[in-house]
Write a protein of this length. Structure first.
Length: 98
């Protein structure tokens, strides 16, 4: 049976590396209360005290209301860049008040 262990020991690190790489996508979602935003899209946005740099290419989705100060928003990032900001129901920002 020792014959079977050597190939497994050699292949296992390769399999684990592949699994970890596929699980480690670079997408981040952040939900919070919008505290500040510039007049347009381009500039620094502050959500729950955390600043995010936003460009004109970012998609704004206002399905759950306008994206204004005091609104609950969901921010989607990929590879460190903001991709989309969307309004969200207030319950997402205050789950304990449901």
């Amino acid at each position: 049976m020792k014959v079977f262990y050597k190939p497994i020991i050699l292949i296992l690190p390769v399999i684990l590396t592949g699994l970890l790489a596929s699980c480690a996508d670079n997408e981040v979602d952040y939900t919070g209360i919008l505290e500040h935003r510039p007049d347009g899209k381009d500039g620094m946005w502050v959500i729950d005290g955390k600043s995010f740099s936003v460009t004109e290419e970012v998609d704004l989705d206002e399905d759950h209301g306008p994206i204004t100060a005091g609104a609950c928003v969901e921010l989607e990032m990929e590879d460190g860049e903001v991709q989309e900001i969307e309004s969200a129901k207030m319950e997402k920002c205050n789950p304990e008040k449901q």
